[in-house]
Design a protein around this ligand. Structure first.
Ligand code: SF4
Length: 220
């Protein structure tokens, strides 16, 4: 398994942990606000398993976790599952988090026994704007993720995907989750310049969600 990139140390990708972040390339969605557009397509992936393991080996006392993100990592499940199994065998103390857009619950299920934390996106009620996946498939992933001991549902507040008329339904879909992160959307100059919601709208949405879930965090 090779990766498109490795971010050497992050304190935000795995909440409360010092994490090494690995990026896979290629994604089956086409979100207007994507901040990793270079990873939407398959690119040459130069960071190999041996480089990752060597890095962890040298810093075993310093790194708590590995975060696998993309692109969409689960598109690479055939290679990624054996990679995570080897990582866990060699570094049992290192926690593993997987970020996913939630496109396929069957594939996601295969990861849940081998990772420690899963974060799934809930992007909209209308996935046809940016993917060939329908909402039912996403709902299955959301329900699956809720069964996982450490999980997070992430909602990026891009007004065209998350209109205010959908807030109530989106909040209901999160019902029973232990953590929902409401993330401010950041315009991308030249590509995606819709104005973001105000902080107060984000706060109102977070309040609505808090009626259904244990914890809500707002990332501005
Ligand atoms: S799912 Fe993530 S990586 Fe894929 S296009 Fe959307 S924002 Fe970008």
């Amino acid at each position: 398994m090779n990766f498109a990139g490795m971010e050497r140390v992050s304190l935000v990708d795995y909440p409360g942990k010092v994490a090494l972040t690995l990026f896979t390339s290629s994604c089956n969605f086409d979100c207007s606000y994507c901040h990793n557009p270079e990873l939407k397509e398959m690119v040459e992936e130069k960071v190999g398993q041996s480089e990752v393991f060597e890095y962890l080996d040298k810093r075993a006392a310093l790194i708590d976790a590995v975060v696998i993100t993309g692109g969409e990592p689960t598109l690479r499940a055939d290679d990624l599952i054996p990679f995570v199994e080897s990582l866990k065998a060699q570094f049992p103390a290192v926690l593993v988090k997987l970020d996913t857009n939630g496109w396929n619950s069957d594939i996601l299920r295969e990861f849940l026994d081998i990772i420690d934390y899963v974060a799934v996106d809930l992007k909209s009620l209308d996935y046809e704007q940016f993917s060939t996946v329908n909402l039912k498939q996403i709902q299955k992933s959301i329900e699956l993720v809720k069964t996982f001991s450490t999980h997070e549902i992430r909602i990026t507040m891009f007004p065209p995907y998350v209109p205010e008329k959908d807030f109530e339904e989106l909040a209901r879909m999160c019902s029973g989750a232990s953590l929902v992160s409401v993330q401010q959307y950041r315009p991308v100059a030249g590509f995606c310049e819709s104005p973001p919601y105000s902080d107060s709208v984000l706060g109102q949405f977070a309040d609505l969600i808090s009626g259904y879930v244990q914890n809500v965090s707002v990332r501005k």
